[in-house]
Write a protein that binds this ligand. Structure first.
Ligand code: BGP
Length: 484
């Protein structure tokens, strides 16, 4: 059985992880340009990888070298985009997910007019995709907000950032609406509590007595309002456009059938989907509002906010899915790392070299759960395995582990579609090796295409097709029928 006719097979990236050219053509500082590669910090200590301080920001702004700031160089997609898009077209891509770096268009986020050079870059990229018949899927906010908004306003905690973001969106819709039908608002909108700086520009020291958690919920509320306004703007400016929310689907099972384990797991899963609940149902779940009240966390809302959220719900639900984990009431349960989370280890699952537990059935479970909850079309916009690939002496790269990961996940995706889930498409993370979001590593490779560059930026940037390149090409050619 193949996937539905017109199923959008492709791959996903983010500007800050591929473009490089961090200070070229007038682009301003983004929060990623101060993210450092910390070679001596354990990958499981994701908190140390993602936390920030005013000192670290000051240090980074005084050091224009990119050796320990890999997101400044990405994989130089900025200069290689024609070659890279040609490789994606060779695989037969129907869709390519990319983000527009806010600071390429508005260097500080507060300019009234966009930067023409920045506009021109994305126009060239979209024209090339049009020529190659690859549909863009554009993320408006993928951890790339202007550093100036973080320093001047403590990021999204300040309501004025809503207007800055709307100006950025209006510019994107007016300039690129002729190329782009599918949009996503905030990448992993739920990640604000896991890494508030790259997600919302929050610097803990600027949170004062209110504290970081309360600042996160205030910032999140502003993002919900912005999302509501963005949906309306997108539909008004681009007839026929569709905009989705994007959730980190952190599917969690009870460690045992002990009711206490089931109860803590239920709480964890409800907290995970709270974010998409607001963007799909257009209101805060009562259980969440009560939970915030019980914790003494208040959100300042202006009259009209809830009406904006209610009227600006999304057209589809997209999500990332890499791994699953379990949860337990036992505080001493052994924990294992996942996508910027620590879950209790599942003894029935194997783990990637980065400790993420590989669970293809979990993708089927996630698809059915989300479709049943929202009754909206779904889009898997991130799924893949980070691994240390090896270039053989003859230049070939054998990655049977990656083919196996995708084959098993596609088999489960197929079962969900056969069960009735409306699935618009699938973009793997990532079609080409790029900089890791959490650790800024290059060595954590996801691509069907290898990029010759190491963690410190040494290498020729040569692109090399892995075995999985040809496998995915066949999957797309047969619309998922041939996974052999
Ligand atoms: C998600 C991000 C992506 C991507 C992915 C893989 O959270 O949306 O940008 O990076 O994680 O994680 P990592 O790059 O940390 O391995």
């Amino acid at each position: 059985m193949s996937f539905p006719e017109g199923f959008l097979w492709g791959g996903a990236t983010a500007a800050n992880q591929i473009e490089g050219a961090w200070n070229v053509d007038g682009k301003g500082w983004s929060v990623d340009d101060v993210a450092t590669y910390k070679p001596n910090v354990d990958v499981r200590d994701y908190k140390s990888h993602v936390t920030i301080s005013s000192t670290a920001i000051k240090q980074a702004m005084e050091d224009l070298d990119d050796t320990y700031y890999p997101k400044r160089r990405g994989i130089d997609f900025f200069h290689h985009y024609k070659e890279d898009l040609a490789l994606l077209a060779e695989m037969g891509f129907k869709v390519f997910r990319l983000s527009i770096a806010w600071t390429r268009l508005f260097p500080t986020g507060e300019e009234k007019e966009p930067n023409p050079a920045g506009l021109a870059f994305y126009d060239s990229v979209f024209q090339e995709m049009k020529r190659l018949h690859i549909e863009p899927l554009v993320t408006l906010s993928h951890y790339e907000m202007p550093l100036a908004l973080s320093l001047n306003y403590n990021g999204w905690t300040d309501r004025r950032v809503i207007d800055c973001f709307l100006r950025f969106c209006r510019t994107c819709f007016s300039h690129y609406g002729k190329y782009v039908k599918y949009w996503l608002n905030f990448n992993e909108v739920d990640s604000i509590l896991r890494h508030s700086f790259i997600t919302a520009g929050i610097i803990p020291e600027l949170c004062g007595e209110k504290g970081e958690i309360a600042c996160c919920y205030q910032a999140l509320h502003h993002q919900f309002v912005a999302a509501g306004l963005t949906t309306k703007l997108c539909h008004e400016m681009i007839p026929g456009s569709e905009i989705g929310c994007m959730l980190t689907k952190l599917t969690t099972y009870p460690r045992t059938c002990a009711p206490e384990d089931v109860a803590v797991t239920q709480q964890k899963n409800l907290k995970n989907v709270f974010y998409s609940d607001v963007m799909v149902f257009g209101e805060y779940p009562r259980l969440i509002l009560k939970n915030l009240e019980n914790r003494g966390i208040s959100i300042e809302m202006e009259p009209g906010d809830l009406k904006i959220i209610k009227e600006g719900t999304v057209d589809f639900v997209s999500f990332s899915y890499y791994m699953s984990m379990t949860e337990s009431a036992d505080p001493n349960a052994e924990r294992t790392p996942g996508n910027t989370v620590l879950g209790v280890r599942n003894p029935y699952l194997s783990s990637s070299e980065w400790g993420w537990q590989v669970d293809p059935v979990g993708l089927r479970i996630s698809l059915i759960e989300l479709y049943d909850r929202y009754k909206k079309p779904l889009f898997v916009v991130e799924n893949g395995i980070g691994a240390k690939d090896v270039v053989e002496p003859d230049g070939s790269i054998h990655d049977p582990y990656r083919i196996d990961y995708f084959r098993r996940h596609f088999q489960e995706m197929k079962k969900a579609v056969e069960a009735g889930v409306e699935l618009m498409g699938y973009t793997s993370w990532a079609p080409i090796d790029l900089i890791s979001a959490s650790t800024s590593q290059m060595s954590k490779r996801y691509g069907f295409i290898y990029v010759d560059q190491d963690d410190l930026g040494r290498g020729t940037l040569k692109r090399i097709k892995k075995d999985s390149f040809y496998w995915y090409q066949k999957v797309i050619r047969t619309n998922g029928a041939d996974l052999s």
